[in-house]
Design a protein around this ligand. Structure first.
Ligand code: PLP
Length: 386
């Protein structure tokens, strides 16, 4: 039997046809699918603009540049995230300032961020990168209020949460990356994510200045816009007006993204059903379900449980053909960051890391496989592994 992974893409006939049709047309990259994907994605999350880029890490890097991160910047993020949420600050020469997580949401604890801002002179910090960890939509309205008080920008890392939402103070639905509160938000289209393109990423924003900057940075800082050029030698003429990159997402992958986006809500619904089934199944076991998993707007990129005997459970699942995963080893425990900033302690992040394990969660996880995952975990506890 093939092991059951913790996450997996689902490729439909429609996806295959969408990619094949690009192969039969004129553009492999920078064709009409890029704009179409951007427009449809912006519409899906509710933002004014979207910029497709080569992956989520590139999305973070370009956003950090567009928001002005440089050697003088100090930017706050969560220790429980994928490396890229912190690394993007380092790419621009800035300093990574971690704050502990809230043990209920597993996301950046706003009260800890407030304490940090209050205890330093104004202007010490420039921005915050909250991460919608596992698919839980962070309350961006509260972060906005705090950021405004101290003059900070917000870059929301929504890689885990396309389609996730929270309710604002007027009870309105606010989707992750919707642009109302964060200055920019980013997404990844890695195969384990909701929208799987192999590689790919998206930045959403409501800010025209950031949008235009991102377009330039994505493609070598080059412009051909006659209104922007300092002179014009003819129809071929272009100018490099700032140092940019080749972080473009090709037409081929955007076609796959458009097709996957069509099924995004369907996939989300299945993820939420699987979560409900897991929550019910584990209710009598010594398994902690994070409070965030009970939240209506959770997008369930991951289904994380917390158990005391995490290593034994991980090995037992592996031995029974289930590839669980650990999300994440805290950023401050990584040798690169220890060397940079020394030993740091974030109590809740470390406590969480000792007990966390992500079990299979993806829309094509069959009902039989869901049952098998549940039975295997139940069996683990029956066999007195505690
Ligand atoms: C929270 C988070 N941020 C950023 C990234 C980076 O995305 P990508 O792998 O597309 O570069 C990931 C992907 O794993 C992620 O989970």
């Amino acid at each position: 039997m093939k092991p059951i992974p913790y996450g997996k893409q689902h490729i439909s006939e429609q996806d295959i046809e969408a990619v094949v049709s690009v192969l039969q047309e004129d553009f492999l990259t920078q064709g009409p699918r890029v704009k179409e994907f951007e427009e449809k994605f912006a519409q899906y999350v509710g933002s004014n603009y979207a910029v497709a880029v080569s992956n989520g890490t590139a999305a973070l890097h370009l956003s950090a540049l567009a928001l002005g991160v440089n050697q003088k910047s100090k930017v706050i993020t969560s220790p429980i995230t994928f490396a890229a949420s912190a690394n993007c600050i380092r790419y621009c020469g800035g300093e990574v300032e971690l704050c502990d997580i809230n043990p209920d949401t597993l996301c950046l604890d706003i009260s800890k961020v407030r304490e940090k801002l209050e205890s330093a002179p104004r202007g010490t910090y420039q921005g915050i990168i909250p991460v919608d960890f596992a698919g839980y939509a962070v309350d961006m309205e509260s972060f906005r209020k705090l950021a405004d008080k101290y003059g900070l920008w917000i870059l929301e890392d929504s890689c885990h949460a396309p389609g996730g939402f929270f309710r604002d103070s007027n009870n309105g639905v606010q989707k992750c990356g919707g642009g109302s509160f964060a200055d920019a938000a980013i997404f990844s289209f890695h195969p384990v994510k909701h929208i799987a393109c192999g590689e790919g990423g998206m930045i959403t924003t409501n800010d025209q200045y950031i949008y235009e900057k991102l377009l330039l940075l994505r493609s070598h800082g080059i412009t051909k816009d006659p209104n922007e050029l300092t002179k014009n030698d003819g129809g071929w003429y272009y100018e490099i007006q700032s140092l940019g990159y080749n972080y473009r997402m090709p037409d081929l992958l955007c076609a796959l993204g458009i097709s996957q986006l069509d099924r995004a809500e369907e996939g989300l619904k299945i993820r939420r059903e699987i979560a409900k089934k897991y929550i019910e199944a584990f209710s009598g076991l010594p398994v902690t379900i994070p409070k965030s998993s009970l939240h209506q707007g959770h997008a369930f990129h991951l289904f994380v449980i917390q158990v005391d005997e995490r290593k034994a459970l991980y090995d037992y699942l592996k031995g029974n053909g289930i590839s669980a995963q650990i999300h994440y080893i805290p950023v401050h425990k990584q040798p690169y960051y220890v060397e940079l900033y020394g030993e740091q302690v974030f109590k809740h992040a470390e406590k969480y890391y000792k007990r966390c394990i992500s079990i299979p969660m993806y829309p094509s996880l069959s009902s039989n496989d869901q049952d098998y995952v549940i039975e295997t975990i139940v069996q683990f506890y029956k066999q007195n592994h505690v």
